[in-house]
Each structure stands twice: as C-alpha cells, then as structure tokens.
Design a protein around this ligand. Structure first.
Ligand SMILES: Nc1ncnc2c1ncn2[C@@H]1O[C@H](COP(=O)(O)OP(=O)(O)O)[C@@H](O)[C@H]1O
Ligand SMILES: Cc1ncc(COP(=O)(O)OP(=O)(O)O)c(N)n1
Length: 261
C-alpha cells in the first residue's frame, strides 16, 4: 500500500538524535513516508551544539517548492526555523492552504544550552498552526514570561491557543516526579496525558520525536487527542528502548524502532 506523505521542516542534527533525523526516523517507524525541508545545519553531538548555519531563505523556498509541487503532503511538522525569512517562506505556503495538519514544535534553545530559534520566527506561524507543542520553558518564552509554575500551565496553553493554534500541548519532560504529564488544551478545555518517567540520560530529541509522531498520526487520520495519546506512548517506549544505550558520551538518542521487536 502507498504510504501517506508527511513533511518535516526543521534543522539537521549531525548526531541524528534530534531535528530532521529524529523526525524522519519517527515518520518511518510509524509507517509514513517522510519528506524534508532543511532550514539550518547544526554541528551537534550528544554533548553540545558546536555550530549553526542557517540555510538561505531562497533555498528553503526551493525545497518547499520541490516537495509541495510533487507530493501530496498529509501533515507537516515544523521544528527549528533558522531565520524569520525561513518562517515567512513557510507561512506563505500555510496561508495558501498547502500545509494541512501543521504541527509546530517551537524550538528555541537546545537542552545543551545553545540558542536555536527566535520567538519572532515562531510568532509568524502561530495563526496557521493546528497543534503547537512547546515544553514549559518554550511556552513561557512565547508568552514573554520567565517561567511557568505547575498551576500556570493550563492558563498558558489557553493563552497560546488564542494566538491561533487549534490545540496546544505543553509537554512536561522537565517536571519533577515519577510521572511525566503533558497537558493538551483544545476546544476550550484541558486534558492530561501522563506516563511513567523513564530514568535515563538518553533523552536527546524527545520534543522533536513527540511532535513528529503527532504529525504522522494526524496524517494517518487520528483526531488531535488520539494523535497526542499515541505520540506520548511512542516517546515513552522509545525512551525505554534506548535507556541503557551508550551512543555518544552525553545525552544519547531514543530507540525509534526497537519497540516493535
Ligand atoms: N524521562 C521521560 N520519561 C518519559 N517521558 C518523557 C521523559 N522526558 C520527556 N518525556 C516525554 O517526551 C515528550 C517531549 O517532552 P519534553 O521533553 O518536555 O520536550 P522537549 O524535548 O522539547 O523539552 C513528552 O511527551 C514528554 O512527556
Ligand atoms: C537541529 C535541532 N533541532 C531541534 C533540537 C532540539 O531538540 P528537542 O527534541 O526539542 O530537545 P532536546 O533534545 O534539545 O532536549 C536540536 N537539539 N537540534
């Protein structure tokens, strides 16, 4: 059977734990055909982001044309945007209705510390987004706040949803405790998706993997709540599969495929 086509618009991670590489692995693991538009190239491994090169906006434009002129894209995941001009190139296609089921992971700072994106670039896309997937720090930054306390997450999600996205999932990887809970705000109400915390240092690319899985499942026909529930379970299994891996010396990648075994 011909697979559904999903698009990732994101940065390349040379260590392949996050970014375009994590997205394509996730798309493949979930039985979809992944296409890609590279917005930036990072020299990155499990320890650090060493360098970042933004792809010129004309080349981002060219890649978008190449993919959208030939493939019927059923869902798109957007990660690292590189520049505001790249964001505008994406916004133009979204305005024209060429990017259905648009999932935006507002990548701002790598967990190893380097700045990877700008709030202004993310803001340009918010009106066209179907599902926004910030972690707590990203949600706070998008709202111009320093941080979010546990009781402020639902209110922040509602505020972000009012800026355009039909649904907002604030992921909770950085919270304390034996459970990790993500909050989905949609249709004016909150739902929580909780799962066991996987104790591991191999958690590079969890946000990329989660948002890519949401996009893949929307492409396969899930409703937003179903897609978020599936993505949450998939990330938990991928973290568990790679828990004891020694791939690189720092925060290693997830096991995107092994849970099928
Ligand atoms: N240690 C963990 N155990 C289980 N699930 C996790 C863990 N860390 C993150 N997650 C899950 O990974 C997904 C991405 O969340 P998060 O880590 O907050 O994103 P980001 O990488 O953008 O900071 C969410 O579904 C979250 O619940
Ligand atoms: C090229 C690139 N894109 C995104 C990220 C951030 O990945 P993410 O899954 O959001 O989170 P961490 O792995 O940084 O926790 C990246 N590092 N590189």
């Amino acid at each position: 059977m011909t697979p559904v086509v999903v698009l990732t618009i994101a940065g390349s991670d040379s260590g392949a734990g996050a970014g375009i590489q994590a997205d394509l692995k996730t798309f493949a693991a979930l039985g979809t055909y992944g296409t890609s538009v590279v917005t930036a190239v990072t020299a990155q491994n499990t320890r650090a982001v060493l360098d970042v090169h933004a792809v010129p906006a004309a080349m981002v434009d060219g890649q978008l044309d190449a993919v959208l002129d030939d493939f019927e894209v059923a869902a798109t995941k957007v990660g690292m945007l590189g520049t505001e001009e790249a964001a505008e190139a994406v916004a133009r296609r979204a305005r024209a209705g060429r990017l259905p089921n648009l999932v935006l992971d507002p990548v701002l700072t790598a967990s190893t510390g380097r700045r990877l994106g700008l709030v202004a670039a993310v803001d340009r896309l918010l009106p066209y987004v179907n599902v926004l997937t910030p972690n707590r720090a990203e949600a706070a930054a998008l709202l111009g706040r320093a941080a979010l306390g546990p009781d402020e997450v639902a209110g922040a999600a509602a505020q972000l949803a009012a800026a355009g996205p039909g649904a907002v999932v604030v992921t909770g990887g950085d919270a304390e405790g034996g459970e990790v809970a993500d909050l989905l705000w949609t249709n004016g109400g909150a739902r929580t998706f909780a799962g066991p915390r996987v104790e591991t240092t191999n958690q590079h690319g969890t946000g990329c993997t989660f948002s890519a899985a949401v996009a893949a499942r929307l492409a396969l026909g899930d409703e937003v709540g179903e897609a978020v529930g599936f993505a949450k379970g998939y990330v938990t299994r991928a973290l568990a599969g790679g828990r004891d891996w020694t791939v690189g010396e720092g925060a290693g990648p997830l096991d995107h495929f092994g849970w099928f075994a």
